[in-house]
Design a protein. Structure first.
Length: 129
C-alpha cells in the first residue's frame, strides 16, 4: 500500500474545508497516512487562527479539528529519529519542524504531501529516489 505523510499546510486545507483541498485529497486518497505527533500541535495552531479569522465558525472549526485528530481517523502517529531530524534540517536549511515531515517520509519511503513551498523544494532533489 502506498504511504503518505501530510504536513499541517496540506491537512489543514482538508480539515477546514478549503477549496484548494481537492489536490491534497487526490494525493492522500488510498494511502496509509503517517505523521509526526508535531502535526497535532500545528493543527491546533491553524485552528486557533481559523477561529480568530472566522469567529462565526468557531464551533465548526473545533469540530473539524476534533475529527482530523480523532485516533480513529486513520493517521498512524510516528516520530522520526531526533538526530536524523537535526541532520536533515542542517542539510536542507529547513526548520526542524519541517524536517520532521521530510525525515519521516524518507524513512517510510512515503509521499510527502505539503503546500509549503520551502518544504516542497527540499523534496524535489529527492524525487529521483
Amino acid at each position: 500500500m502506498r504511504r503518505a505523510v501530510p504536513d499541517a499546510s496540506a491537512l489543514a486545507l482538508v480539515a477546514f474545508g478549503d477549496p484548494a483541498a481537492v489536490e491534497v485529497r487526490r494525493q492522500i486518497e488510498g494511502a496509509a497516512l503517517y505523521a509526526p505527533t508535531l502535526l497535532r500541535y500545528e493543527m491546533l495552531s491553524v485552528a486557533r487562527k481559523e477561529c480568530r479569522r472566522h469567529p462565526e465558525r468557531v464551533r465548526a472549526t473545533l469540530e473539524a479539528l476534533d475529527r482530523v485528530l480523532d485516533p480513529r481517523n486513520g493517521i498512524t502517529w510516528m516520530d522520526p529519529n531526533p538526530v536524523d531530524v537535526v541532520l536533515i534540517a542542517n542539510a536542507t536549511g529547513l526548520s526542524t519542524y519541517d524536517a520532521s515531515y521530510l525525515c519521516l517520509a524518507g524513512y517510510l519511503e512515503a509521499d510527502l504531501v505539503t503546500r509549503d513551498r520551502a518544504l516542497a523544494a527540499a523534496v524535489e532533489p529527492l524525487d529521483g529516489r
